[in-house]
Design a protein around this ligand. Structure first.
Ligand SMILES: C[C@H](O)[C@H](O)[C@H]1CNC2=NC(N)=NC(=O)C2=N1
Length: 105
């Protein structure tokens, strides 16, 4: 009830915001969402990362779509409440990138 309603990013503000998460790409197929694949040393590292992200995601009430096999985590971010990209996606992507930087292959 105190959660701000997420607003879809405008075409004008997207380039500068996406430039802050250069390893993320728009998904193919016309869906308004971004994706990135992370590779870790092993499953323990991948699942540790996912656990840390899960705690933040729950706090944000912003949940990733993700797929894990062994050391690979494929992630898609979109905001269902605005049917597209919002600042929540940019912010969660940045948090994920920061966490990822704390692991080493
Ligand atoms: C009520 C609840 O907070 C909302 O439905 C949240 C939950 N998690 C969410 N996650 C994502 N990715 N997008 C949303 O719009 C969203 N909405």
């Amino acid at each position: 009830s105190e959660m701000a309603v997420p607003v879809k990013l405008t075409a004008e503000e997207r380039p500068a915001l996406l430039a802050t998460i250069p390893q993320w790409a728009m998904v193919e197929g016309g869906r308004d969402a971004i994706k990135r694949t992370y590779l870790f040393a092993d499953f323990n590292q991948a699942f540790s990362f996912m656990t840390r992200v899960a705690l933040v995601a729950e706090q944000m009430a912003h949940h990733p779509e993700w797929f894990n096999v062994y050391n690979r985590v494929e992630i898609t971010l979109a905001t269902h409440d605005c049917n597209g990209l919002s600042m929540n996606d940019i912010n969660l992507a940045k948090t994920m990138d920061t966490f990822f930087g704390q692991y080493k292959l």
